[in-house]
Design a protein around this ligand. Structure first.
Ligand code: XMP
Ligand code: MG
Length: 192
């Protein structure tokens, strides 16, 4: 390892194993996703296009993505919980806060941080689909394909990642590490 990398490693919080996606890599990919979305929704009216971010994990991704869109849009949020404070899935999804905006007749883009088993996005997809949107698509920053248990469509994807618990760029472990500018793997001893 050269000196610069050595220094970087020393700067990492103790619970971090390694950086999976650095700031520049995330930025470039989010920019590309925004370009693709902007092209697909070209000509849309402001009131018709609604990004729905899934709290809390997607707040940074949504902030960066929405600021890169060149088409007019509105932003709303929904808050769910499927995990207690640990890195385990129960498959049970609970709504904590619904959107404020009306979904009916609007073009909806669900913005989610990470797809693991797929239960959360499946729940959201069904929820919004039942509210008669003009269209319904999903933008997902990360997916762990090895963990998928239910099928759910991803229209815009950032990265496929291995089955490790990741934090940073909005993602957390027990509400920690969300504001790290990169996405990193947590040391297994922290979550197991
Ligand atoms: P499912 O299994 O429903 O899970 O697809 C999606 C939700 O699980 C959380 N999740 C993670 N959060 N690092 C995180 O910070 C991870 O590695 C991770 N894996 C799953 C996340 O809240 C997501 O919305
Ligand atoms: Mg989430």
């Amino acid at each position: 390892m050269n000196e610069k990398n050595e220094q970087k490693k020393l700067d990492l919080p103790d619970s971090i194993d390694y950086v999976l996606l650095d700031e520049a890599t995330i930025k470039a990919q989010v920019r590309q996703m925004a370009e693709e979305i902007s092209a697909d929704y070209e000509g849309i009216h402001n009131e018709d296009f609604l990004l729905i971010g899934v709290l809390k994990g997607s707040f940074i991704f949504l902030a960066d993505l929405s600021r890169r869109l060149t088409v007019p849009h509105r932003v709303d949020f929904i808050a769910l919980s499927s995990y207690a404070d640990k890195a385990e899935t129960t498959g049970a999804v609970r709504m904590i806060m619904d959107t404020r905006a009306d979904v009916a007749g609007r073009h909806i883009l669900i913005v989610e941080d990470i797809l693991d088993t797929g239960y959360t996005l499946k729940y959201l997809y069904r929820l919004f689909d039942a509210r008669q949107p003009a269209s319904l698509r999903t933008a997902v920053l990360l997916t762990k394909p090895d963990r998928r248990e239910v099928d759910v469509p991803i229209d815009y994807l950032g990265f496929e990642i291995p089955n490790v618990w990741v934090v940073g760029y909005g993602l957390d472990y027990a509400d920690r590490f969300r504001t790290l500018p990169y996405i990193a793997a947590l040391k297994p001893r922290v979550y197991s």
